[in-house]
Design a protein around this ligand. Structure first.
Ligand code: ZN
Length: 294
């Protein structure tokens, strides 16, 4: 009797039945994948091509990645030259689903240092811009799966509220550091948006990325600055080559304070398994380091 009722209910509710097969969706890298999961919830089967702790700038997709993209109904990219390989993958697979550019319509900063072309692509490091990413992903999901509109709108609104709270928390944390001490040295210039949004100066010598080694003069100039200003916040990142920064810190006589998450999440069991966790982990390292504690 019970079983017959369930079957009847199933037959009468094709919408509910359809919802059980989630919308296949693919994001270019781990941070976008997390934003997509937050907005899509169980309605979306969110996949990621460049996974945790992976350098998206220099990612080289394999044939299996093209295959995964072919099955997707929606594809999410960062844009601004960050994930150009994803554009090539979309073209080579003749992707016919909805394509979302997460940075579309956002006020992007001019590029500094490492080679991205005209704009700095690391906009997710400003939580208010990440809310713009969420709105763009929401709009894309509404196009790809209009039947889920109510779900996507509610989830995006709820997530945006959480991100507003995160933004406020970061401002309050940075406010505990005296202004003159809000200086950080790090290994690649991914924190321009964070610096501009939250009032922190990030220093990374030109060329200090996976692309090129900085010159001896650049390193010497940075060491002089670290000493003269008493900079205590020196960090590595979860991507890129740590050797140069370790040597620089040693010569400047300062301790490397650990690893910031710039362009990728950590593995699920790490400290930055989600975008929110990543921002909290970074701020939790930056603030005591800038204050010269510990
Ligand atoms: Zn980067």
């Amino acid at each position: 009797m019970h079983r017959r009722l369930l079957l009847a209910a199933g037959a009468a509710l094709p919408v509910a039945a359809r919802a059980q097969s989630a919308v296949p969706a693919m994001a270019s890298f781990s941070i976008l994948g997390d934003l997509l999961r937050e907005v899509g919830g169980e309605r979306v089967a969110a996949g990621v091509i460049a996974g945790p702790d992976t350098d998206t700038h220099h990612f080289q997709p394999r044939p299996s990645h093209a295959e995964a993209l072919r099955g997707a109904r929606i594809a999410i990219r960062n844009g601004a030259g960050f994930d150009a390989w994803f554009d090539r993958l979309l073209a080579s697979t003749r992707f016919a689903g909805v394509t979302v550019t997460a940075t579309e319509g956002l006020a992007l900063r001019p590029a500094t240092g490492h080679s991205h072309g005209g704009k700095d692509p690391h906009a997710w490091q400003d939580v208010r811009l990440a809310i713009g990413y969420v709105r763009n992903i929401e709009a894309g999901l509404l196009r790809a799966d209009p039947a889920g509109a109510e779900v996507y709108r509610a989830r995006a609104a709820d997530y945006a509220r959480r991100l507003e709270a995160l933004d406020g928390w970061i401002r309050a944390q940075v406010a505990t550091v005296p202004e003159a001490r809000r200086v950080v040295v790090t290994s690649h210039d991914a924190f321009g948006y964070f610096g501009a949004a939250y009032g922190v100066r990030f220093l990374a010598p030109q060329g200090m990325s996976a692309d090129a080694e900085p010159s001896a003069q650049q390193v010497a100039a940075l060491i002089r600055m670290i000493r003269a200003q008493g900079v205590t916040a020196v960090f590595l990142e979860n991507i890129g080559n740590p050797a140069t920064l370790r040597r620089l810190a040693q010569e400047a006589g300062v301790r490397v304070r650990g690893r910031l998450y710039a362009d990728a999440l950590s593995a699920p069991d790490g400290p930055a398994a989600s975008y929110e966790a990543m921002m909290r982990a970074n701020v939790g390292l930056l603030v005591p380091a800038m204050r010269g504690e510990g």
